[in-house]
Design a protein around this ligand. Sequence first.
Ligand SMILES: C[S@@+](CC[C@H](N)C(=O)[O-])C[C@H]1O[C@@H](n2cnc3c(N)ncnc32)[C@H](O)[C@@H]1O
Length: 429
Amino acid sequence: MKKTVNLRSLAAQTLERVVEQGQSLSNLLPVAQKNLSDKDSALLQELCFGVLRTLPLLEAAIKQLMSRPLTGKQRSLHFLIMVGLYQLLYTRIPAHAALAETVEGATVLKRPQMKGLINGVLREFQRQQPDLMTQLEQSPQRFLHPAWLLKRLQLAWPEQWQQIVEANNQRPPMWLRVNRQHHSREQWLALLQESGNNATPHPVYPDALMLEAPTSVGQLPGFERGWVTVQDASAQGCVTWLAPQNGERILDLCAAPGGKTTHILEAAPDAHVMAVDIDAQRLQRVYENLKRLNMQAEVKQGDGRFPDQWCNDTQFDRILLDAPCSATGVIRRHPDIKWLRRDRDISELAALQREILDAIWPHLKAGGTLVYATCSILPEENHLQIASFLERHQDAEHIPLSDDSTIGLQCFPHPQDGDGFFYAKLIKR
Ligand SMILES: C[S@@+](CC[C@H](N)C(=O)[O-])C[C@H]1O[C@@H](n2cnc3c(N)ncnc32)[C@H](O)[C@@H]1O
């Protein structure tokens, strides 16, 4: 039998590690969920994601309710209060249960003497909620983004920034990639419908299906047998634009956890694919994904800035560079990004992307194709990066991916579509 744990205190500790220590929720959450039942796992996830999504508003509410914030050894309680506020504002958990469980969390956090204070703050919030929320809903905190990022989005996308921010604040749809080596998308959709679920095909990307409602992978017909993979629609765009062909030598650079490596092999099962990433731990996931889908690729640990160290003088027909980036296009999937990234990271990431691009370009054959992709929505990492690359490399030809004259294709996150992504397709003359 799974033991009962206080999920509110577990959420508070996890959130403190993300916000105060800069740790990634994707690393922390699976560890925190390890011994929990499915139901508790889901609630813990909801509490962590929800607080990170709405953090500025919760912080502002606490500021109004408390004369001094809790600091030092009591800091976990600050996050416990946020977990309490989040439940009262955004979940259907009955208020009495949310309050009781949250207050009890102080005992688990070894601060039983603070139970009264937490109870008091949450009850005061209930009393002031209508006025307080009217006030906060007119403040800049209502956008739920850090000021530096909001400023960058407003500058870069004066027409679209509000829609982007709104999409970032919503729960993302669940997209699947049908392995057409097994079934056509229509055939697999019919199997899904037989199992009582439904999905909508993507208008552009031929393998992509959006589930009507998110579900666990165990409910997806043939998941274990590799018939289908969970992957956002925009991420699937990379392989559409790369257009890999059987018999070609293809490099998937910055490949872990292998979502696009396996997509390349589904599209061109007889291609020779080399998958390279700097992170040995993340590379384990590439092996796991290849195994589930029963595929083979040459997997290597290496730094994209120094390709001669891991591929000598090999030349590739096609290169996919899914570059390390700010991940500002996938905030709705990873709301911790808003609090982990700093303004100064953007220029550092752009410098790294530039180094990798310049280093890998000589490894593309004449006539070969390179697709540069990021899950960023910031111009410095995207069209400005490629414009500057084209100025430095006269042998690079830009292939437009849309009707307008812009460099590359910039997608924004959309409730009925994929994440924010950028792609640019280059051919070597
Ligand atoms: C956007 S993720 C890749 C996602 C992957 N392509 C997929 O579809 O599953 C970026 C990757 O770049 C890797 N990375 C960061 N710096 C790198 C470098 N200098 N050389 C190679 N890989 C790097 C990270 O470890 C990370 O796995």
